[in-house]
Design a protein around this ligand. Sequence first.
Ligand code: VGL
Ligand code: ZN
Length: 207
Amino acid sequence: MRALIIIDVQKDFLANGFLVVPEGEKVIPVINNINHHFDVVVATKDWHPASHKSFACNHHEREVGEIVEVNDLPQILWPAHCVSNSDGAKFPEDLNTKVIEKVFEKGTKEDVDDYSGFFDNGKLNDTGLHDYLQSKGVKEVYVAGIALDFCVKYTALDAKALGYKTFMIEDASKGINFRPNDVQNAIIDMKVSGIRVIHSRELEKVF
Ligand code: VGL
Ligand code: ZN
């Protein structure tokens, strides 16, 4: 069985959101066009409490973009984003959400961030995504969404490490480039780990 995991396609990462990912909205039509290729379609949502330690505003005299330590893990400080139940945490209206059978929330604990759809950054808790995919007999995982150089990348790396045949759909994903070349480097890291980086048009040929 083949699964599409749609990562964090949420209003706060799109134009006028709190953590805008350049061209983020471009992933929406691509994802809408490919979802029929998959047996299982699931999504993740970044879903932070307002007190989350990844937000610069929750640290004394710290600014967005600084890197601090939170519970022994390096933490990039972001603008407040994807606060649980807020408008910015919603899916955009033009994303076809009817095909999404389950949503996995991530980053829900105040003191640890979660870039992967599977585990938090300390690998202490899991989101239930792996168990769900196992229960559906999924062997192949296709990852797409936002941000290519953060949550898409870490989800794909964990999927590969968990034993799934793993693909990342490049034109269905957009990155932040927090540091110059982060997107380019993320693609290299994924390829080196054995993840196949593909274009959505290749799905037409295969299935
Ligand atoms: C993300 C930064 C902070 C992501 C989430 O979805 O890639 N990036 N929170
Ligand atoms: Zn976040």
